[in-house]
Design a protein around this ligand. Structure first.
Ligand code: GLN
Length: 310
């Protein structure tokens, strides 16, 4: 029988960090200079508890661009601003393909789900706001509500991803061709790229995860950011699609809804309102942080977080 789960409020995140040290596999993303320059040894862990307290390891205040870990929050804001209408514009089925696959849903031409690039390009275009600047402002305000504080954006990352995101431009044009995207393709990529360039540290990302896990209320500020039903919808889709073509493996091993990113961040939304984040840049073949995956498995085991028990 497994030992009884540890108390998250006393959990030793530093000891967990030490257990990750031997895991040295994976490759740092090199799609843009800022990501290629990431420190492969950076390793940060944070837990955000339902009472608003945070347990952070060493380096839990080191910032990286949020990248695809922003996608659940873009989906949440799109659901909020369209009163659920976003669910007619984007699918919710896993793809079994990589994050930037040039694939849309057969028959409808919709993005397959909001956790792949096609979906996030669309959800970022569905938030309220006049023109790309208005939508960028709305996203910044929305992310600040999830985080409980204003977040900076790395302008160089935003610029480079806008400029170099050829696959994202291709996807946006495809969405236009299918009549699914109202914004111009270039505006859609610009807004999405800026959202991806938002800077977060592990502590902030953990609080954002806890806000989703806690039914939409930020545990730090006490503010309701999204309705409970929206939070449930977002966490459900994280569970099935959050790790792209690694989602099945992740659910079996970790059993906690989560979202990965190319900067090496992972945001987790566990039952009972617990949020967690790991940031470690070297990635596996699915674009998931290698140490982040190991850390999440250990965390799930230690705290008894697996959705299906045992
Ligand atoms: N900015 C990246 C992209 O759209 C995000 C991808 C990711 O984190 N998986 O290509």
């Amino acid at each position: 029988a497994s030992p009884s789960p540890a108390d998250p409020s006393r959990y030793d995140v530093e000891a967990l960090r030490t257990r990750l040290r031997p895991h040295r596999d994976g490759r740092v993303d090199d799609s843009i200079p800022a990501l290629a320059a990431a420190d492969p040894d950076l390793c940060a862990i944070a837990l955000a508890l339902p009472d608003g307290s945070v347990r952070g390891s060493a380096e839990a205040g080191v910032r990286v661009s949020v990248q695809s870990a922003v996608k659940p929050f873009l989906f949440a804001l799109a659901l909020l601003d369209t009163d659920g209408g976003a669910l007619e514009r984007v699918g919710i089925e896993p793809t079994g393909e990589s994050f930037d696959a040039i694939t849309l849903e057969t028959g409808t031409g919709r993005p397959p789900n909001p956790m792949v690039n096609a979906g996030a390009l669309l959800t970022a275009s569905l938030v309220d706001g006049t023109g790309p600047e208005g939508r960028m402002q709305r996203i910044a305000a929305g992310l600040a509500a999830f985080a409980g504080r204003e977040l900076d954006v790395d302008d160089e990352v935003a610029h480079d991803e806008h400029l170099r995101g050829d696959r994202n431009h291709a996807l946006a044009h495809l969405l236009r061709a299918e009549g699914v995207l109202d914004a111009s393709a270039d505006d859609a990529v610009a807004v999405y790229a800026r959202a991806c360039a938002t800077l977060v540290d592990a502590e902030t990302l953990a609080i954002m995860g806890a806000t989703l896990a806690g039914g939409g209320v930020n545990p730090r500020t006490g503010d309701r950011v999204i309705p409970a039903r929206v939070a449930r919808d977002v966490v459900s889709v994280m569970a099935t699609c959050g790790m792209y073509d690694g989602s099945g493996r992740w659910m079996r091993a970790v059993g906690v809804p989560a979202k990965s990113s190319v900067s090496g961040g992972i945001v987790l939304a566990a039952r009972g309102g617990l949020g967690a984040a790991i940031i470690s840049p070297p990635l596996d073949a699915q674009g998931t942080s290698v140490r982040g995956h190991v850390a999440s498995e250990l965390l799930s085991e230690d705290l008894g977080l697996h959705a299906f028990g045992g």
